[in-house]
Ligand binder design. Structure first.
Ligand code: AMP
Ligand code: MG
Length: 329
């Protein structure tokens, strides 16, 4: 991959996308790896570059609600209300798909996940290419998502394409995914938009696992977000976590990834300070995991997290996946 910036970068990236190539670009959540969502050949290049299983569908990015409607076979009142309230922003809506959406992007399903990203470079790229862009996170499959162009290059340097460098992504975890393709909205993946904010507009949401009969929620089936070091997740309040770590883990081989209250009590350990709250934790999580895997002499990362409000639910979900918990094959 070659790094490009600025207006010239956008022009070159748009031309490559129109020719069926792949381009990594910044969004407000994480960096995406994009291709023409109407072309199976182009979309397959994303799967090949990432080593992603072909049954895991991609999110299609659009410049506005009009662009989303052009991909949807049906655009419900609820989709309309959610898009009006939260777009551009970190919310993906799964809706019935028109057949023009590349089958590879839908993983063969008759639905498509669509979102309008809240990032000036992403929006300019979408307008310059004048295409819907299928774009999963721009990491090797299974790895922590990239929040900088450097992290994209760490994973995908060998791939044929461009990375449009726009500096760090602000939110740091992926979008919240809601299935609104049936009468029963289902939260498929927690993310940058808090469940509470979403439910204030959509009403109570079912979760995957509530027997909602939801379509597959990718990111649930496969191991995800995992650094090369094993992660242990402690769902404990600060006092209990500090005690547990001091008792059981050696500062020589264990790093601690936790909010400031815990980190400050454990200065003997290397680690990552996730800051004071769920928003700072989301912003620093993936970069923190990537940084720790480069530290010599570590055999494990102990992560401490207990907040599930707002972005805290997404942080918990990503840490569970990084720790290898939950359903994966
Ligand atoms: P990624 O871009 O790697 O974060 O992955 C995109 C995620 O969006 C998938 O893992 C799914 O959770 C979700 N998704 C995209 N399209 C669909 C769809 N048609 N049905 C259900 N989930 C979807
Ligand atoms: Mg991903």
């Amino acid at each position: 991959m070659r790094r490009v910036v600025g207006e010239d970068g956008i022009r070159e990236a748009a031309a490559l996308l129109c020719a069926g190539g792949i381009v990594a670009f910044p969004t407000e959540t994480v960096y995406g790896l994009g291709a023409d969502a109407l072309s199976d050949t182009a979309v397959r290049r994303i799967f090949a570059a990432k080593g992603r299983p072909s049954d895991n569908p991609l999110i299609v990015h659009v410049a506005d609600q009009e662009g989303a409607r052009r991909l949807a076979r049906r655009w419900s009142d609820l989709a309309e209300r959610l898009a009006a309230r939260f777009w551009p922003g970190p919310l993906t809506l799964v809706v019935p798909a028109r057949p023009e959406v590349a089958s590879a992007a839908r993983a063969g399903l008759d639905t498509v996940g669509v979102r309008c990203p809240n990032h000036p470079l992403a929006l300019r790229l979408l307008r310059a290419a004048a295409l819907p862009l299928a774009a999963p996170s721009a990491n090797r499959s299974g790895r922590p998502s990239p929040t900088t162009a450097e992290a994209v290059l760490e994973d995908l340097a060998g791939a044929d394409g461009l990375v449009l460098d726009g500096g760090p992504s602000g939110i740091g975890v992926e979008s919240t995914v809601v299935d609104v393709s049936t009468g029963m909205p289902v939260l498929l993946r927690p993310g940058g938009l808090g469940r509470e904010e979403l439910e204030a507009v959509a009403g109570p949401l079912l979760s995957v696992g509530d027997g909602a009969g939801a379509p597959r929620a990718p990111g649930m089936k496969y191991r995800h977000y995992a650094p090369t070091l094993p992660v242990r997740l402690l769902r404990l309040q600060p006092e209990a976590a500090i005690e547990m770590i001091r008792t059981h883990f050696d500062p020589a081989d264990t790093a601690v990834l936790a909010a400031t209250a815990v980190r400050q009590a454990l200065t003997a350990y290397r680690g990552v300070d996730l800051g004071p709250d769920a928003d700072s934790a989301a912003a620093g999580l993936f970069e923190g995991l990537r940084r720790l895997e480069r530290e010599p002499g570590l055999v494990r990362i102990v992560a401490v997290w207990s907040e599930t409000r707002g972005r805290g639910l997404a942080v918990m979900n990503r840490l569970e996946k990084a720790a290898g918990e939950g359903h994966h094959v």
